[in-house]
Design a protein around this ligand. Structure first.
Ligand code: KIV
Ligand code: NA
Length: 262
């Protein structure tokens, strides 16, 4: 999967499935399942690091996880998520940090914001790095929103989001994540753009969908938004396995003869 392939998906009306991954083990599983876009999301701050938001994730941490994923992925498009403060401060920093993701093995970067970051997007695109935008409930602005809340509600907010999406497209963005916005607005935006929209909590009309891997697998249950669908219940399985292991160690039934060397 390449960036031009993604554009072709939209033209051919072939829906794009995206998931996050943060390490080689899961990157391989995701790829084996035929999913062709992997986002190394700064959501790792929450699901891997256990923080309450993504704001403290650093470039060094993102690059480490990007290297793990990119080193394992063979056919997938790997997108590195630019963390808070890695693109906001200056164009120079944004360019250098975007480039560092590419050096770590990513094929593209993602950053949050609309018209306000349009200059950054076009500067990064000009050095040959594809950029995915991210609009709606952008987690790096959580304090401005006062929590993780649906965005783009009401006529004015909806119009503003549409204009932000058009500004991103005009800046050369190759796609846009739409997070936690009404399905009708996501449909309008998707139809207004020639670049693909990737929804999360944005209804069924987007050109693709993205989910956080550990949400999808039912591993992370501390905070489960309405838009998450757990396709497995791996936390339940893990708990069961660990409890049985503990029991068998305590009872002396593990290891048995077949797990022992003679
Ligand atoms: O960090 C992340 O995982 C994301 C996706 C949920 C879009 O930004
Ligand atoms: Na993110």
């Amino acid at each position: 999967m390449t960036v031009p392939d993604l554009q072709k998906c939209k033209r051919d009306r072939r829906k794009i499935a995206v998931v996050t991954a943060y390490d080689a083990l899961f990157a391989r599983i995701v790829e084996q399942a035929g999913i062709d876009v992997i986002l190394v999301g700064d959501s790792l701050g929450v699901v891997v690091q256990g923080k309450s938001n993504t704001l403290s994730v650093t470039m060094e941490e993102m690059l480490y996880h990007t290297k793990l994923v990119a080193g394992a992925a063979q056919r997938s498009l790997v997108i590195g998520d630019m963390p808070f403060l890695s693109y906001q401060v200056s164009q120079e920093e944004a360019l250098r940090n975007a480039g560092r993701f590419i050096q770590a093995g990513a094929h593209a970067v993602k950053l949050e914001g609309g018209a306000a970051v349009a200059d950054r997007v076009s500067a990064i695109v000009k050095i040959g790095v594809p950029v995915m935008g991210h609009l709606g409930m952008t987690p790096q602005s959580v304090h401005q929103y006062g929590g993780y809340k649906v965005q783009g509600k009401g006529k004015d907010r909806a119009q503003q989001l549409l204009e932000d999406a058009q500004a991103l497209e005009a800046s050369g963005a190759m796609g846009i994540v739409l997070e936690a916005i009404p399905a009708g607005l996501a449909k309008t935006v998707t139809e207004a753009l020639t670049i693909p929209t990737i929804g999360i909590g944005a209804g069924p009309h987007c050109d693709g969908q993205v989910l956080v891997l550990y949400d999808l697998l039912g591993l992370f249950d501390e905070f489960v938004p309405k838009f998450v669908k757990p396709y497995a219940h791996l936390k339940v399985d893990a708990l069961q396995a660990l409890r049985r292991y503990k029991e068998e160690v305590e009872q002396g039934t593990f290891p048995s003869d077949s797990e022992s060397y003679h």
